[in-house]
Design a protein around this ligand. Structure first.
Ligand code: BT5
Length: 269
């Protein structure tokens, strides 16, 4: 049952204690003609990531989907993923967590930030590494953007954000290397945290192109060596930039490749 969540937000907020998926609910609301709704849940029983992957959503998280109807062509929809990543990152940083954005849809915390006491002050640690030489970053949040539209204009966009807020790490799949706000910086007030995410997203959505500089400011992907598994094959090189609406530019040494979708791994510099 949806109840009023008591947020002062530029969205109608619908709160569920438990629901299969806030994205699925937001899509149903889109079919009913609604707009500017935030669907929020304490727990999801059928949370989904990209490519129909499972998104683990135990009680204590911020499982949030925003339904919007922007006046943009479908090709611009990726900018809403970036806007959500910036909004979540800003809210997490305000809460004292060293969150950064990993292209295309992750908010991560670097392993090296976990144990500052084990480092001496003159150590220069960019990020941790595992034995395979991959940078170790743990996932604090993931974003799933879905949309429907005609050739020239979207009908609706649903931006789903899965944020491990006050979740017990034992309830999350350890192989996914999750991070939680509560483990990084202590339990957060989920109502206030959500309000900050909604405010930041609302500000960014009005000017999608302005999202790019904000994204660059908090990106961990730029300046690192990456391996991106794209629908068209693997791309390895230096991540040099992100361009509107969310394209990653990878310098392979031979050429600059523009990657619009894929799974990205950060490699040893
Ligand atoms: C994502 O997919 O990162 C998008 C996740 C979006 C979830 C939100 S929650 C609100 C809304 N309602 C939904 O049903 N979905 C959205 P992807 O990049 O494909 O990453 C999925 C992978 O992340 C999984 O295969 C796991 O390895 C890992 N994973 C699953 N649950 C996780 C969690 N809670 N924290 C960190 N990693 C997780």
């Amino acid at each position: 049952v949806a109840v009023e969540y008591g947020l002062e937000a530029p969205f109608d907020v619908e709160y569920h204690e438990s629901i299969p998926s806030t994205n699925a609910r937001a899509r149903d609301l889109a079919d009913e003609g609604k707009s500017d709704v935030a669907v929020l849940a304490d727990e999801q029983t059928g949370g989904r990531g990209r490519l129909d992957r499972e998104w683990s959503s135990p009680s204590g998280g911020v499982w949030l989907s925003l339904l919007v109807r922007p006046d943009v062509p479908p090709a611009h929809a990726p900018a809403f993923t970036l806007a959500a990543a910036v909004a979540v990152t800003r809210a997490a940083r305000e809460a004292g967590v060293d969150a950064r954005i990993k292209w295309p849809n992750d908010v991560v915390v670097s392993e090296a930030n976990d144990s500052p006491s084990e480092r001496s002050s003159d150590d220069v640690v960019v990020s941790g590494e595992d034995s395979a030489g991959l940078a170790v970053e743990r996932k604090l949040a993931g974003i799933l953007t879905e949309m429907e539209g005609e050739a020239d204009r979207v009908s609706w966009v649903v931006v789903g954000m899965g944020i491990n807020a006050n979740v017990d790490p034992a309830d999350l799949p350890s192989e996914a290397r999750p991070a939680t706000l509560s483990a990084e910086a202590g339990a957060v007030d989920r109502r206030l945290f959500t309000q900050r995410v909604l405010e930041e997203f609302d500000e960014l959505r009005g000017e999608p192109r302005a999202v790019i500089p904000a994204w660059r400011e908090h990106a961990t992907t730029l300046g690192t060596r990456v391996r991106v598994d794209t629908p068209g094959g693997e791309v390895v090189g230096d991540a040099v930039d992100v361009e509107f609406p969310g394209t990653l530019v990878v310098d392979t040494g031979d050429e600059r490749v523009q990657v619009t979708a894929g799974d990205c791994e950060h490699l040893r510099p």
